[in-house]
Design a protein around this ligand. Structure first.
Ligand SMILES: [Zn+2]
Length: 662
């Protein structure tokens, strides 16, 4: 009997097994079954949800069985959203049943980057992906890369970019992932976000995941989606009194001490006790998502670095110190080491977007030009430098050049540490860049030197010239000089992306391409203008980013550098974009343009990424008096006389406008 019962039980179990419906799609389980972090990871080994408790609810609403059609995930960069959310959602959905899915990235290169560096490596290793797609090792032609069919031919994964609207058309897709959404740019064929969404319109049970770091407030796509959502924040209990609250930047900033970055902490709003990083793991484990906008129409999550298990709170403080230019504070050896590790230049905006996961409020207009002028002209002697004189400090000296049909405009700017700059001179050469006289005058500027307050003579480190107009003339002049002294720049129409990107090729007028490596750069002028306006608003000469002006630049100069405003435009589909326009049609903007170009040249010379030691070295070279200096040459009178280097006489920018406009 016992034998029969046992056999019966075995058969019954086998039948039950065969009849059991497939496991309910559980993305958390998928992660635990499929993700193994390698040795390079801060947490090598299999994925454990206990390390990422905040992911459980995000996974839940992304499940095919959850009724939410849309899910928004806004947050910091680099907390693992690709590995622990985007890829698992695609994997779990394809494992669950027949499916056509779509992943959209901002550009073709970011799409390629995701496929090659994030998706294919996981596909080769995760059993769940191997079962659905195979390892993808063989026959990996371009089509297969961006259109990956499942082994059983019951579905496919399509990868495309927001910049290829034609690729966004086509078959219906039940799962649509918009990755890095904030960097999607409007295309002439329409709004890529709307195009991608229309792919899912045929499905009642579609899922649309928007995931991104934010960009600029007002035009940020992920923030727009988050605002519309139920705005979930992850609340964690105070380790001292149990009071639950989200970890916020405002709270963290309140107790941030420049002298003690490693001790950065939060403070309980209820009991007032300090909450140190040692409590983080336990607090996050006991936390829960709380809706802050119950009227929201879909689940939206905001998650930033303070919650991420990979990074500590001190890293946030250190990144902020870098942005604030807190270089004079005494740092512990460990902090100094950490600051050196963050090599790439951190700006306020990247800190806001990538570390805090928040949209950045950009300056949209400059200060009043008369206020700026009066600040300089009414300053006491000794507080501002005369025209043409450099401060005696570590500096990078550059020129920004703009070509017009009847003249060439040149702005000379010195860039120092802590993002400070000194406008040294502004010149108008009354010739065209195509004329020998115009070229000769620019050559002379490259040969000229400028005096520091202590009398040292300093040549231009680099000159950046706009290649957007009179392209052939600018190229042929630029070629006469080495690329480490002259670069060609061009304003890009994009609103997002890096400050300057090398151009691979420059298109000639006849349509052929020439190599532009190391010589030509596209500038994110929108960003440069906004940042410059942010710096212009600082009124403490010791502050980070303060802009110093030489005395005597003239009214027209100040009118030009503050001539544009950033205006927001709403498209019919509701997308908000921004554009810079002249504040009044009569204003001119060469002063603002040449400032951007001068800054690009300074950035090329490492202005934004030099270490404190490198600045010290530069100060030791340029902050000194020349060896054979005659002390009596340096009284104020002599300074004014020697201020202008040898070059043809010129009108000041103020006088030039009235006298010279033809
Ligand atoms: Zn408390």
């Amino acid at each position: 009997m016992g034998f029969l019962t046992s056999a019966h039980a075995v058969i019954a179990a086998a039948v039950a097994e065969a009849l059991r419906p497939p496991l309910p799609p559980d993305i958390t389980r998928w992660c635990e079954d499929n993700i193994v972090f390698d040795e390079r990871s801060p947490m090598p080994g299999p994925f454990r949800i206990a390390r990422f408790p905040f992911l459980r609810q995000i996974h839940e609403v992304l499940s095919p069985e959850h009724p939410s059609r849309e899910v928004t995930l806004r947050g910091s960069a680099q907390w693992g959203k690709t590995v622990s959310v985007v890829n698992p959602v695609i994997g779990a959905w394809h494992e669950y049943g027949p499916l056509d899915s779509l992943v959209v990235h901002p550009t073709t290169s970011s799409a390629t980057e995701w496929v090659d560096n994030k998706w294919l490596p996981m596909r080769r290793q995760a059993p769940g992906l191997i079962a659905v797609f195979g390892t993808g090792r063989s026959g990996d032609n371009k089509d297969a890369k961006f259109n990956q069919e499942t082994l059983s031919r019951n579905g496919s994964l399509k990868v495309t970019s927001a910049g290829s609207p034609d690729d966004l058309a086509g078959t219906s897709r039940r799962l649509v992932v918009l990755d890095d959404l904030s960097k999607f740019e409007m295309s002439p064929k329409g709004d890529p976000e709307a195009l991608a969404l229309s792919r899912a319109s045929g499905y009642e049970d579609a899922k649309i995941l928007r995931v991104s770091t934010p960009q600029v407030a007002g035009t940020c796509r992920i923030s727009r989606a988050y605002r519309r959502s139920d705005q979930r924040l992850y609340h964690v209990p105070c380790p001292h009194c149990g009071h639950p609250a989200p970890l916020t930047w405002e709270n963290f900033l309140r107790s941030l001490d420049p002298e003690r970055l490693q001790a950065a902490h939060f403070t309980c709003d209820d009991c007032g006790a300090a909450i140190g990083h040692e409590h983080k793991d336990a607090m996050v484990a006991a936390g829960a998502w709380v809706t802050h906008n119950p009227a929201g129409d879909h689940p939206g999550f905001h998650l930033w670095r303070a919650y991420a298990p990979q990074r500590d709170w001190a890293s946030i403080a250190v990144d902020y110190a870098k942005v604030m230019g807190w270089t004079t504070v005494s740092l512990t050896a460990a902090t100094e080491e950490a600051m050196r590790e963050t090599v790439e230049s951190q700006t306020e905006q990247t800190f806001w977007n990538d570390v805090l996961g928040l949209p950045y409020v950009q300056a949209s207009k400059g200060p009043n030009w008369e206020t700026l002028r009066d600040r300089v002209e009414n300053a006491a002697d000794g507080e501002v430098l005369p025209l043409g004189v450099l401060p005696s400090t570590g500096l990078i000296l550059t020129a920004g050049v703009d070509c017009q049909h009847d003249r060439i405009e040149v702005q000379i700017v010195a860039f120092g540490r802590n993002y400070q700059r000194w406008v040294v001179d502004y010149r108008v050469i009354p010739h065209h860049i195509g004329d020998e006289d115009g070229r000769g005058a620019l050559d002379a500027i490259l040969k000229a030197t400028w005096r520091t307050e202590l009398g040292l003579r300093v040549p231009l480190d680099m000159l950046a010239i706009d290649v957007g107009a009179y392209t052939e003339d600018v190229w042929s002049w630029g070629k006469r000089h080495p690329w480490d002294r002259v670069i060609l720049v061009k304003g890009a129409s994009t609103q997002s992306g890096p400050t300057m990107v090398p151009m691979k090729f420059e298109r000639r007028a006849d349509g052929t391409a020439r190599k532009a490596q190391k010589r030509a750069f596209m500038l994110n002028v929108s960003q440069l203008k906004a940042d410059f306006y942010g710096w212009l608003a600082k009124d403490d000469p010791l502050e980070r980013g303060y802009v110093h002006f030489a005395r005597g630049l003239g009214d027209e100069y100040f009118r030009q550098i503050s001539s544009e405003v950033r205006v927001l435009k709403r498209s019919r589909s509701g997308v908000v974009t921004s554009a810079w326009e002249l504040a009044e049609p009569t204003r001119r903007n060469e002063g603002l343009d040449t400032m951007n170009y001068a800054e690009a040249a300074a950035r090329r010379k490492m202005w934004a990424s030099m270490t404190a030691e490198q600045w010290d070295l530069l100060a030791a070279l340029r902050g000194i008096a020349p060896p054979d200096a005659q002390p009596d040459l340096f009284d104020a009178g002599a300074r004014a006389v020697v201020a202008t280097p040898q070059h043809p006489p010129r009108p000041g920018p103020g006088r030039r406008m009235r006298g010279q406009v033809t």
